[in-house]
Design a protein around this ligand. Structure first.
Ligand code: NAD
Length: 294
């Protein structure tokens, strides 16, 4: 007898942190809290800042081989001796919930993602919802918008560009080179929709955006409070001056972060669900992709 219907899945999430970055640990705490609340098996792999690359590779390889783990999140920043690309290649593509393994980033670029990375997915979830709730048709709005993304990392900026292209926006991608070349603020002033994911507090202020912009702040930066000396988290936007000109702004903290966490757990569940299915082996079978981005 075949049993049809939803089969039991037991999601397990592992996070890997190298060193003591305050934003990375703050992010890990949030994810751990949610995973625990949802009854997900959770493992944190904490490696010293001076870990040898071979030991970091071995730690990720061990998680990739652990049958209790369905999804792995490698938190950044990584120290200079540990190559991001090397660690990403060690991930089992079926557990690569942030789509940073070459197979998954390739599928994402081909518009047939197995996993949509959680932070850009959260950004577009928030944008799509906002456009609908403000009475606009998202498809028409994106097609008529200049979308500027600051930051080009493998798990945030670059997939945000791809998700913007998927929605037919006119997309400008900027990074530190654009800034050094004096091009950054020419781009931000053209943005109808601005996504900032650079990790530089106060990078964009009100004078760098046009009236009526919709701005999403992804940055998480630890700054020392000048009054009481405590550490607190801020984004990349100068919130007050940008908010004075914007139609809508998402703050940090309290913006995309909580939605990101939910997407990450949803991707973990998806990874557990895909386990043992033919699409998990990285083949380009059509069943690998999900129908729509974000
Ligand atoms: P990253 O360091 O890997 O990449 C940063 C990108 O920003 C690079 O492309 C770099 O060239 C660019 N950049 C740096 N300085 C710049 C400048 N002065 N002008 C223009 N571009 C500049 O970081 P990441 O992992 O992409 O994360 C970006 C930020 O988002 C960080 O603050 C990180 O903590 C945060 N983050 C937030 C969430 C969330 O859930 N909200 C999740 C992941 C990362």
């Amino acid at each position: 007898m075949q049993r049809l219907g939803v089969r039991d899945v037991r999601p397990g999430l592992a996070t890997v942190i190298v060193g003591d970055s305050y934003p990375a640990h703050a992010y890990e705490r949030r994810v751990r809290r949610l995973a625990t609340r949802l009854g997900c098996h959770y493992v944190q792999e904490l490696l010293a800042a001076d870990v040898e690359e071979a030991d970091a590779v071995a730690a990720v390889g061990k998680l990739a081989a652990d049958p209790r783990i369905s999804g792995i999140l490698i938190l950044r920043p990584l120290p200079p001796q540990v190559s991001e690309a090397t660690l990403y290649r060690v991930l089992d593509p079926g557990k690569d919930i942030e789509a940073v393994h070459p197979v998954n980033s390739g599928l994402l670029a081909l518009r047939r993602p197995r996993f949509v990375p959680s932070t850009p997915a959260a950004v577009f979830h928030m944008l799509d919802r906002y456009l609908i709730e403000s009475g606009r048709d998202p498809a028409q709005t994106y097609a008529a918008s200049t979308l500027v993304v600051i930051g080009r990392s493998a798990s945030v900026g670059t997939p945000a560009v791809l998700l913007g292209l998927e929605r037919n926006a006119t997309v400008l991608s900027c990074d530190e080179h654009s800034h050094r070349a004096g091009l950054l603020y020419d781009c931000t002033r053209r943005a109808d929709i601005l996504i900032v994911a650079a990790g530089v507090p106060g990078l964009v202020t009100g004078e760098h955006v046009k009236e009526g912009v919709i701005a999403i702040d992804v940055g998480i930066n630890a700054v020392t409070d000048p009054v009481d000396g405590t550490l607190r988290l801020v984004g990349d936007l100068d919130f007050v001056s940008v908010a004075a000109r914007a139609e809508a702004v998402s703050p940090v903290p309290g913006g995309v972060g909580p939605i990101t966490d939910i997407w990450l757990l949803a991707n973990t569940l998806r990874a557990a669900w895909l386990e043992g299915t033919p699409s998990r082996d990285g083949s380009l079978d059509d069943s690998v992709g999900i129908d729509r981005f974000g």
